[in-house]
Design a binder for this molecule. Structure first.
Ligand SMILES: [Mg+2]
Length: 389
């Protein structure tokens, strides 16, 4: 395209701006159409080409812009907060501050109240002015956020003390538990897990130790209550409990979530690198099996056979598993101890002593009971070592 326009009496004739003419004669014709005398007196030497330099520069700018646009990558960050996931669409040229703003739009948690747990740059929390491209986030990066909405904070101040527990569970299902535990279909599923699931050992098993398998959510950590920091959601005495248990037990963490998430939570709680105890390994939802219950449909459970098949030194005689949901024990009903769930962390932080009491129970049964099959964990609070020694 050649762009020309005419200049009449020293002024640019707007009607004659004819970017689509390619010859001077066309230009004359076009100008004549304006029926302006000045234009009819158009002389060739009054015709000036559009500043070629300007056009070139504009095109160059356009091209540069197109290239830059092509270089900008769209990214989706999935924000995990309060038990839900919120996908946030951004460009990699956006800053952390923009990210916070977008999170606010989705969650109503103000940017200054957001704690972005795993958004790190050079080992430190990413500053607000940092571009997301500099964080080198992996596709579908999941960002763990802790923070409270203004409404949550108001509610927390007015909640009553004795909130009833609503738990998705089957407390009265012992017979059903037995039939599930012995079902060939489910035992075959366990064997498939044994074959396919890859356990990454963090610390080796120790000779002569028993096995303690722990759930995370509501057992060690309240993952849904409002809080300013992750440690506010940690169950009281967690580290004391783990340190005490480690004396007699190898410890496994098993949570019905993804491995990345388990690792993040354990890091956040200071469990993964604690010098007073070690975790043998983590198991995630992929190590669970699904079981069909006529009344409840399909549920996922945690079969201890996955561990026992790979580590022959452990069995129902020396293994105990804590979870706040009894159905997770369906394959091993006698090995499970249903812990009181730790919820409403902001209200219960100062009074929850469950882990202290359970520390005593674990020590007592380790010292006084040679076969855990003989125990009834439903009555753990009434356990008398003298009767079992
Ligand atoms: Mg749980």
């Amino acid at each position: 395209m050649v762009a020309w326009w005419c200049q009449c009496a020293g002024k640019r004739c707007s009607a004659a701006i004819c970017e689509y003419v390619s010859t001077l004669s066309d230009m004359s014709k076009q100008c004549c159409q304006t029926k302006r005398l000045s234009c009819q007196k158009l002389r060739v030497n009054k015709l000036i080409p559009t500043s070629k330099a300007k056009t070139t520069k504009r095109l160059a700018n356009n091209n540069k812009c197109l290239h830059e646009m092509a270089d900008i990558k769209e990214i989706v960050i999935v924000v995990k907060w309060s038990g839900k996931e919120y996908p946030v669409d951004l460009a990699d040229q956006d800053t952390v501050e923009v990210l916070r703003h977008e999170i606010y739009r989705k969650t109503q948690v103000r940017p200054d109240r957001q704690k972005l747990i795993n958004l790190k740059h050079k080992g430190k929390p990413a500053p607000d002015n940092l571009k997301l491209s500099q964080l080198e986030l992996k596709p579908n990066f999941k960002l763990m956020m802790v923070g409270s909405t203004e409404a949550d904070i108001e509610d927390a101040c007015s909640l009553p003390d004795d909130i009833g527990e609503v738990i998705d569970d089957f407390d009265d299902a012992e017979e059903r538990e037995e039939s599930v535990a012995n079902s060939a279909v489910y035992l075959a599923k366990v064997q498939r897990r044994v074959r396919d699931y890859k356990i990454t050992e963090l610390s080796p098993p120790r000779e002569g130790k028993k096995l303690l398998v722990l759930d995370i959510d509501y057992t060690l950590f309240d993952h849904r209550s409002p809080a300013e920091t992750g440690t506010e959601l940690m169950r009281p005495y967690l580290h004391e409990f783990l340190q005490s248990a480690y004396e007699h037990y190898d410890i496994v963490i098993w949570s019905a979530t993804s491995m990345r998430w388990i690792e993040e939570k354990m890091r956040l709680l200071g469990v993964s690198n604690n010098e007073n105890y070690k975790i043998m390994f983590y198991l995630d939802s992929n190590a669970m099996i699904s079981v069909h219950m006529p009344e409840r449909g399909v549920v996922d459970v945690k079969p201890l056979g996955v561990i026992w098949s790979l580590y022959k030194q452990y069995s129902s005689t020396n293994t105990i598993m804590f979870d706040d949901i009894r159905r997770n024990f369906l394959m091993n009903p006698k090995s499970g101890l249903k812990i009181r769930p730790f919820r409403q962390a902001h209200l219960n932080r100062s009074k929850d002593k469950e882990l202290l009491k359970l520390s005593d129970y674990l020590r007592n049964i380790a010292l006084h009971c040679n076969d855990f099959n003989l125990l009834n964990h439903r009555k753990w609070e009434h356990y008398d070592p003298k009767k079992n020694s």
